[in-house]
Design a protein around this ligand. Structure first.
Ligand code: ATP
Ligand code: MG
Length: 403
């Protein structure tokens, strides 16, 4: 028996993808996948008839093909991933490839064949493909039934110019736009559950993400920094983060906690974080800040307090989680693979010098008055200068020229 070459078809949504946009989108996605797949037994990635086809090396096992599929489903811009075979444009050969594809699809009771030909130079039309391949599969599986509506498995046969693609195993991807197709964002990233999800959702809309984390160092250990690095390594698997700036923030928090009214501490920390994040965003030429805030979740996330932190920056601040419940956010974090990391305890600047009863309805004038005693501009400069960059694999990320 011949072994067919394994292929993976990557489908993307075509809505809104017309003319120039469409080819930019396709090229971006292709580059991202090529970079992401360097670790796998992949020969090439080609654009064929409105989808990307990943050609796997000869002898690639089913398990390896599944692992490649898993790596792709969480990648922004990927709507669906199908695993199958490339074969010759010959109905008998296609029939054998269809049997192999069906064998990879897992247990099933009902099935159907969905045939298509992109070129009418192939003499068999789609109806005849369905009928003939259906017969082959029925003969091999006499105990299974054909069902046109909602079958357990659909065996797809696509006849293109020089070959046919046959696949039955198909998994839905996260969709969205390929990273690098909608600008750059500076994400405030902690080792908590929320902000990694916020970054991921922003990347899913096509933004190249850079992150900044504020560490309690030297007032705390650097344990939280390791967790944030681990989170970035997870995000990097799908090309979602290009760089992380680690900013040692503990001494500044200490200064604030010694001098400012306890109830306002958190807001003052956050205003300082936002200013530093914006300064780093300017260096990076990022067009927006991103946080993991969700309305009313904790004391600092009331409307008034959000307004007080927003007041110190001009860049738009995106809050992709603002309307999400904690359980939904946790669900995302589990799917993304950051939940376990974020559930570990590490002292970070969030737990450092926290007041017993933080202000929940801060007034901007009061906050500004409390802040006036600090040399804020100087601090921002020092903090930006002390930011330590860590780089990750993200094909669309370009570091700023100076530095
Ligand atoms: P998370 O789970 O993301 O830590 P949280 O529920 O702990 O969020 P807050 O502590 O109010 O909520 O933080 C709100 C947002 O501010 C975070 O989602 C993140 O974007 C940003 N942020 C908080 N702490 C830090 C930090 N140490 N470094 C960078 N950004 C931070
Ligand atoms: Mg937190």
């Amino acid at each position: 028996m011949e072994a067919f070459q394994r292929i993976i078809l990557v489908h993307y949504h075509e809505i809104g993808l017309k003319g120039h946009n469409r080819s930019t989108f396709e090229k971006r996605l292709q580059k991202n996948l090529e970079a992401l797949l360097v670790l796998w037994p992949v020969v090439t990635v080609h654009r064929v008839a409105g989808r990307l086809v990943v050609f796997l090396k000869e002898g690639t096992s089913f398990e390896e093909a599944c692992a490649v599929t898993d790596a792709l489903v969480l990648t922004p811009g990927v709507a669906r991933v199908s695993c199958g075979f490339k074969c010759a444009r010959d109905m008998e050969v296609i029939g054998r490839a269809a049997l192999d594809a069906l064998a990879d699809a897992g247990p099933f009771e009902t099935f159907k064949v969905h045939g298509r030909r992109n070129h009418t130079d192939f003499p068999v039309d789609s109806m005849a493909i369905n009928r003939q391949i259906g017969e082959v599969l029925c003969l091999a599986h006499p105990d299974k039934r054909v069902r046109m509506k909602d079958p357990d498995v659909t065996v797809n046969v696509e006849v293109v110019q020089n070959a046919a693609y046959v696949y039955a195993r198909s998994v839905r991807g996260i969709g969205g736009l390929p990273v690098g197709s909608s600008g750059k964002a500076m994400c405030l990233l902690s080792s908590g559950i929320d902000s990694p999800v916020a970054l991921w959702r922003t990347a899913r809309r096509g933004a190249t993400c850079v992150a900044v984390t504020f560490s309690g160092r030297p007032q705390t250990s650097d344990a939280a920094e390791y967790l944030v690095d681990e989170i970035c390594q997870v995000l990097q698997k799908n090309g979602c983060v290009g760089r992380l700036y680690v900013v040692p923030f503990g001494d500044y928090q200490r200064e604030i906690s010694l001098m400012a009214p306890p109830a306002l501490r958190i807001i003052l920390y956050r205003r300082l974080m936002f200013r530093v994040a914006q300064a780093l965003a300017r260096k990076e030429r990022a067009g927006a800040l991103v946080t993991g805030e969700s309305l009313g979740q904790v004391a600092s996330q009331t409307m008034e307090n959000i307004a007080c932190t927003n007041a110190v920056v001009d860049l738009p601040v995106f809050r992709p989680l603002i309307g999400m419940d904690k359980l939904e956010i946790i669900g995302d974090a589990q799917r993304l693979g950051t939940f376990e990391i974020s559930s570990q305890d590490a002292p970070d600047c969030c737990t450092l010098f926290m007041p017993r009863s933080p202000e929940t309805h801060a007034k901007l004038s009061v906050v500004e008055e409390a802040e006036a005693q600090f040399p804020i501009d100087e601090w921002v400069e020092e903090l930006v200068a002390s930011a330590e960059p860590h780089d990750y694999a993200c094909p669309s990320y370009k570091p700023p020229k100076s530095r």
